[in-house]
Design a binder for this molecule. Structure first.
Ligand SMILES: Cc1cc2nc3c(=O)[nH]c(=O)nc-3n(C[C@H](O)[C@H](O)[C@H](O)COP(=O)(O)O)c2cc1C
Length: 658
């Protein structure tokens, strides 16, 4: 008996049996090469199917002559058939339905710079890249629809259960639906009849080619956040028109467009949990009989069950949560919720694929490896005594993996709480989910017998007393004071680094009069979470960076949201400059010097300065431990100050190699 009876009840979508209501939302993986599925792609989807997902929508498939992207599975002709069959067999063997995504980005492009090959609805610019596409003629549209339908039939012949049209997120089909992007005066533009015609004809053509049973689903726009485009009223009108033809087997609704609102398609802990369910519930009433998919920042099985119980949806689409844990469904169904590695909505996954890299996850160092679902580390050939020094996420990851392999593991932590700098980040605005990373690691370590010596520093004597076969040094890193600060300011704590400052302000709510100046030579997420909190605690906040923009080490969507939040809070952002010196702190005026021309801008009312800078590894223990003949591995920031992703991955790898 499961605690989530509806979530794990079978259903039928378009006449196709689906074993439960957990669906994998389409995720671009970058695991396709030369149009063929790599082993990684097959592992990735087979693991999610093995982990209990009922239905998987793949990333967009290459289907038409205008988009033969070798990074997409090849279905525009028969050259990819073997690979399509291989993927379908690997997924469907686990009683999981495989659907291919039908999508073209149209004029949409995330990168700065034009896409010279873009096709589109009208010769109007994309709001992010300012790409102006070649506007499709009616003849182009007819030809493409035929090609898409033929390619869908190829998927069917290869054993796939259906397709999903991606008509949200600002892509081509969305562009046809939107009055902001669609300025046509032919049959494919104008009123709701015209703007929905392309999508309706496409659905009809796919149905005519593929017949039934063959699932045809659609991701449709909810509120896309662009003035003059599609709001909830427009979304309902579109849904009502598309719903009347009776050919859609499910639909779901997504937020954002290729504009400043792009970030809204990946909601996170800065806002409400599962924020779109109420709107999705209302949109489904446009055609209540079409099975509806709940989607958007649903990470917890209770939230998923609730969305089904209250009539919002018949399916629950999970994007990021299934990247983090492919066995999310199996663990939830069997009451092992505490063993789920939860998505922390950091969007590192999105950043990795948009930057052109393979899909990666801060809280899952094994994405797309074989046997990823419910993975257990293999027993070590020789049991060893391992000391881990430091309880940040690199040390915690290494400790549980090493213990699960059968080693005797003792972890020393100077702090009596685990989590290191991630714990501090978890206390800042939007950081709350990050606690899932170290909570999971701690629980897993306890299950496998790690001895946690919390509040006990990993001094040379304490470590040596264990007589360890290996020491994993995970002691983190410290921010390097900027050159303009006199040493005494740093030594006397007059100007603390951002982490020390935020730690000292935890629990504070009173607002100080005056301005705090934050030098940003960091550009990672935590700095802006701290800036947001500072804007509650100081009358004014000025963020100064020598770079031409802030948040350069964040994904485009996280950066958009950071700008939105900081502008909403009236945080002053000064780019291309740095403080000249700290001399003005006494009379409250600091000069910001332009790094290109040296011009000075006075920043007034300054009562405090802090800084977020590149870090220095805290690895002083290494030499004395090695001098005593111990095998020492530095991991995490102590090895080299990097990201959460690098820390979990290195902790896992080093422990897995012991
Ligand atoms: C890494 C990544 C890649 C994505 N790729 C696609 C895609 O190719 N097609 C698509 O329709 N949506 C894509 N999405 C959006 C997801 O399908 C989904 O709508 C979104 O992640 C919200 O669901 P979640 O909150 O459960 O993650 C992607 C999202 C992420 C995080």
């Amino acid at each position: 008996m499961t605690a989530y009876p509806l979530l794990f009840s079978p259903t039928e979508i378009g006449g196709v049996p689906v074993r439960n209501r957990v669906a994998h939302a389409s995720i671009l993986t970058r695991f396709v090469r030369d149009g063929q599925a790599t082993d990684e792609l097959v592992n990735y989807h087979a693991s999610r199917a093995a982990g209990g997902t009922g239905l998987i929508v793949t990333e967009p498939v290459a289907m038409v002559s205008t988009n033969r992207d070798a990074g997409r599975l090849r279905a525009y002709d028969g050259g990819g058939r073997e690979s399509l069959v291989r993927l379908a067999e690997a997924v469907e063997a686990h009683d999981c339905r495989l659907l291919g995504q039908v999508q073209d980005p149209g004029r949409g492009r995330h990168e700065v710079g034009r896409n010279d090959a873009a096709i589109g609805v009208s010769p109007l610019p994309d709001d992010l890249s300012w790409t102006v596409p070649h506007a499709l003629t009616a003849g182009d549209i007819h030809r493409l629809i035929e090609e898409w339908a033929t390619a869908c039939a190829r998927l069917k012949a290869a054993g796939w259960s259906g397709v999903e049209l991606s008509a949200g997120h600002g892509h081509l089909f969305h562009q046809f639906l939107s009055p902001w992007a669609n300025a046509r005066d032919d049959d494919y533009g104008g009123d709701i009849e015209g703007r929905t015609r392309f999508v309706r004809e496409l659905i009809a053509a796919i149905r005519a080619e593929c017949g039934r049973p063959f699932i045809i689903g659609a991701k449709l726009p909810g509120d896309d956040g662009v003035a003059g485009s599609i709001d909830l009223t427009g979304a309902r009108e579109i849904a009502a028109r598309l719903g009347t033809d009776g050919e859609l087997d499910y639909w779901t609704f997504v937020w954002g467009a290729h504009a400043n609102s792009l970030w809204t398609h990946l909601p996170n802990a800065h806002g409400a949990r599962a924020p779109y369910l109420e709107a999705i519930h209302s949109l489904r009433s446009a055609a209540p009989d079409i099975p509806t998919g709940a989607i958007g920042y649903i990470t917890d099985p209770n939230e998923a069950e609730h969305a089904l119980q209250d009539g919002t949806a018949e399916l629950v689409f999970l994007g990021r949560p299934l990247i983090t844990d492919p066995a999310w469904p199996a663990k939830a169904e069997s009451g092992r919720e505490a063993e789920i590695r939860y998505c922390v909505s950091c969007n590192t996954c999105w950043r990795s694929i948009i930057d052109g890299h393979r899909l990666e996850c801060d809280n899952n160092p094994r994405v797309a490896m074989a046997d990823e679902a419910d993975w257990r580390p293999a027993p070590a050939a020789r049991k060893r005594r391992v000391a881990v020094v430091g309880s940040g996420i690199a040390g915690l990851e290494a400790a549980w993996v090493a213990a699960a392999r059968g080693h005797d593991v003792t972890l020393f932590s100077e702090s009596d709480e685990v989590g290191g700098k991630t714990r501090l980040h978890a206390e800042l605005p939007g950081g709350e989910n990050l606690s899932s990373i170290y909570d999971y690691q701690l629980l897993a370590g306890k299950r496998h017998g790690v001895i946690y010596e919390l509040g006990v520093p990993g001094s040379v004597d304490n470590v040596a007393a264990l007589n360890p076969d290996a020491v994993l040094l995970a002691t983190g890193a410290d921010m390097r004071p900027p050159d303009f600060l006199p040493a005494e300011y740093v030594d006397e704590g007059l100007v603390p680094d951002l982490r020390a400052l935020m730690q000292s302000l935890l629990g504070r709510s009173r607002q100080e009069e005056g301005r705090i100046l934050l030098l940003d030579r960091d550009h990672t997420e935590m700095t802006y979470a701290a800036a947001e909190r500072l804007s509650e605690l100081f009358e004014h906040v000025t963020l100064v960076t020598p770079r031409e923009r802030i948040a350069a080490d964040c994904s485009l969507i996280n950066r958009q949201e950071i700008y939105q939040r900081l502008h909403d809070r009236r945080v002053q952002i000064l780019t291309c400059c740095e403080p000249l010196d700290a001399d003005g702190l006494e009379d409250g005026v600091i000069q910001a010097i332009n790094v290109y021309n040296g011009d000075a801008t006075p920043i007034e009312d300054v009562i405090a300065i802090t800084y977020a800078t590149a870090r220095v590894p805290r690895d002083a223990l290494r030499a004395p431990l090695e001098a005593r003949g111990m095998e020492v591995h530095t991991i995490g920031d102590c090895h080299a100050p990097r990201s959460v992703l690098a820390a979990t991955r290195q902790g896992y790898r080093v422990a897995n190699g012991l």
